[in-house]
Ligand binder design. Sequence first.
Ligand code: SF4
Ligand code: SF4
Length: 153
Amino acid sequence: MKQRHDKIEEAKELSGAPGCVECGRCVAACPMAEMYVNFGIEMSPRGIIKKTLIGDNIVEDKNIWYCTECNSGTDACPQGVSCRDLIRKLREAAIEENLVTDAKQCGSCGRYFLAVPVEEFVFGRLKTEPANVLKALETCPTCRREIYLLRNA
Ligand code: SF4
Ligand code: SF4
């Protein structure tokens, strides 16, 4: 298995993080500012990028689990840095090290498919929905599709 350092180097290369010029456009485009009352630079795409460039401890940082993977920051970035790809790879590295406190497992296949803070935000807004709707959200998109296809076969 690859070491943490190698995985972070891969994440940097894939996302283009070293090209960041700290302009902050990704932060202005990021929806997390409106989602979380505790939003701050530590959680922002720019903050995550900066911490990734400084050291490998970013894999243990709770702040990598708030991102919605929307990709808005990437679209806004003049340097083509992908905050989404970076955070995805950091999460993969965390899961491989079993740092999964903030990762949500599919209720059917067991795969980690969602970040707990994102789930809490979504469920907080859906709490008046029927139980079957909320139950469907406990499974990953692949399992949800299979269950739907089986039910309608
Ligand atoms: S928009 Fe791009 S260059 Fe600007 S801070 Fe974000 S990642 Fe860095
Ligand atoms: S992908 Fe994540 S970090 Fe980037 S803009 Fe969307 S929520 Fe923010």
